[in-house]
Write a protein that binds this ligand. Sequence first.
Ligand code: FPP
Length: 242
Amino acid sequence: MRLFSLKKKDVKSGGTQPPLRHIAFIMDGNGRWANSRGLPREMGHKAGAEAFRRVVEYCFNRNIQLVTVYAFSTENWKRPQSEVDGIMKLLMDYMQEWLDNHDGNKFNVRFLGDTTRFSPEIQRLMKEVTQDAHDYPHTLNVAINYGGRDDIVHAVNTLISEGKTEVTEEDISSRLYTMGQPDPDLIVRTGGEWRLSNFLTWQSTYSELYFTKTLWPDMIYRDVDEALEFFATRQRRFGAVK
Ligand code: FPP
């Protein structure tokens, strides 16, 4: 597996800190985008799936090695069944498209969250997609049936099942769904809300946070650039002094 290495074109934060390796998105605002057009919410998610494709591709083109998207939370099951079904269909379509474009994909996919809750068909596709891992420099994390607290509980239960009675931060980090990956340098939330909503709770400790009113389906390259420009102004100290 290739390590997350420095490249000349990498997006830098202010000062001499390391470049941006991991960007994460809370894709919020699909419902409002649809409502404002008199469309059903499912159409907002469909437009959101298009935005997801272009934003992920753009981030990889900007040489960001790891992109995480919050596609479905542990709480999203409470939504109307038709909406849940619509999101699952979009996910299946995306996975099938990814598999069909076998040679064109130059990135790996990892699913963050408890995938056992999904239908056998979805689990089969997830397995196929993740088994097709290569030595690519880019990875897409799709957080699905994901909750930050659930991630920590799952990691702790794994440690208990291993017989541990005392744990370190490293023990927990290395049992999270993001095991082996760097924490997010930047978390972007669209849709005008200023909260993390149970996303990457452990991993976001030192993440820079960027909030924009842009609704997710409206996200274009310029919005990503604005987030990256914001990141470039940040002085990251990780609790130390300069
Ligand atoms: C939040 O907006 C969005 C979601 C819960 C679903 C996100 C799903 C996608 C972008 C499409 C599918 C993704 C993949 C990976 C194929 P919201 O519905 O809460 O918006 P609102 O706050 O305006 O109601």
